[in-house]
Design a protein around this ligand. Structure first.
Ligand code: 13P
Length: 348
């Protein structure tokens, strides 16, 4: 073996060990079991991506739902939509790779317009974002001309451009409760709107919430039976839910919050078991970062988030195809950015 080949194989071995230490706790990746052999298989790719990242002055933002080999192998920042929006805004990078959903990458482009923003897979969509167009929102606005328009971040730039304020699951309840307007047109998540109404009643805040009809295909599926069975089989289990779940689920849960807040809740409590009512990627993150905790199966996979892969990230960094590059029309981008800036002001 030549000196160069030996150095390379040493590097791969060190990288495989680094990956194994992190990934060995993960057991919800579909069809993947992390051991030294599987870590050796991906180590050349994570090394290549990390080299490309430096060469292109790139940063990789990873939502907690994408596969853990992406988050821990090549990601620079990991978290929920709010956290990643701040990281996109503050990035000093020439290139931002967003491993998440396309609407998140669009948001990154709005917040860092000078950077080239790329998506590993253009099909990594979101049923919420697909549920309403800018034209449909304009029609709703004409029906409710006095309402303040609040968009959940899971929507297209076109819908953001028609909205007054953007929110994420990390700040939706506080921001809406603090608005002076009585009537709120909330798009696109009908189930989050239900949870918002409950929260406003709990706070004693009088508002009328009008919503459009979107739902998240992952969160709408959780059932009360699932919670009842978990509580029966695993006494003392804590149920932790995302606000995209149905109101009935949110009411039965011990805690409701953004994926970042759900992680903080698990880290700061000490229960024998946790039932995480969200996408399985979050359970993988917790398995890596809080390996002493026990998670009862129940999470669900998002088929869109799972389209992200190391190979596609490498291709997007090396030589991005046009469909991987996020572009936004300037005038629309200007309007869309305003509602995100309003969120930063109100959340601060
Ligand atoms: P978070 O911002 O809580 O991570 O939610 C993003 C999302 O798309 C949930 O389905």
């Amino acid at each position: 073996m030549s000196m160069l080949a030996r150095e390379n194989s040493d590097l791969v071995e060190v990288e495989a060990l680094r990956l194994l230490r992190l990934l060995m706790h993960v057991d919800c990746s579909p069809g993947r079991k992390w051991n030294m052999d599987t870590c050796r298989e991906i180590a050349p790719l994570t090394l290549e991506i990390n080299r490309l990242k430096k060469a292109r002055n790139a940063v990789i933002l990873t939502h907690s739902y994408v596969e853990p080999e992406i988050i821990y192998g090549v990601g620079d920042f990991k978290g929920d939509s709010y956290y990643l929006s701040k990281k996109a805004r503050d990035a000093k990078a020439d290139v931002i790779v967003f491993a998440g959903a396309v609407f998140m990458a669009e948001t990154a482009k709005l917040l860092s317009p000078g950077a080239q923003v790329v998506v590993p897979d253009r099909q990594s969509g979101c049923t919420l974002a697909d549920s309403i167009s800018g034209a449909e929102l304009r029609r709703l606005k004409a029906t409710y001309p006095d309402a303040v328009v609040v968009c959940y971040i899971n929507c297209t730039a076109e819908v953001k451009a028609e909205s007054d304020i953007c929110v994420t699951s990390a700040n939706v309840f506080d921001i809406v409760a603090g608005l002076t307007e009585k009537q709120v047109l909330f798009v696109p998540d009908r189930l989050m709107a239900d949870n918002l109404r409950t929260d406003l009643v709990r706070r004693g805040v009088d508002k009328e919430i009008i919503s459009s009809d979107g739902t998240c295909i992952v969160h709408e599926e959780f059932t009360a039976t699932q919670i009842a069975e978990a509580r029966k089989l695993f006494p003392g289990a804590r149920v932790v839910a995302h606000p995209e779940c149905r109101a009935e689920i949110a009411q039965l849960a011990d805690y409701v919050g953004s994926t970042g807040a759900m992680m903080d809740y698990v880290r700061s409590t000490n229960a024998p078991y946790y039932l995480m009512l969200t996408e399985c990627g979050l359970v993988s993150r917790l398995a890596v970062e809080d390996p002493e905790k026990n998670f009862i199966g129940g999470c669900r996979l998002c088929p869109y988030m799972k389209l992200n892969s190391l190979e596609k990230i490498r291709d997007a960094l090396l030589n991005p195809r046009t469909d991987q590059i996020v572009t936004l029309e300037e005038e629309l981008a200007g309007r869309a950015t305003r509602c995100i800036d309003r969120m930063f002001e109100l959340a601060a």
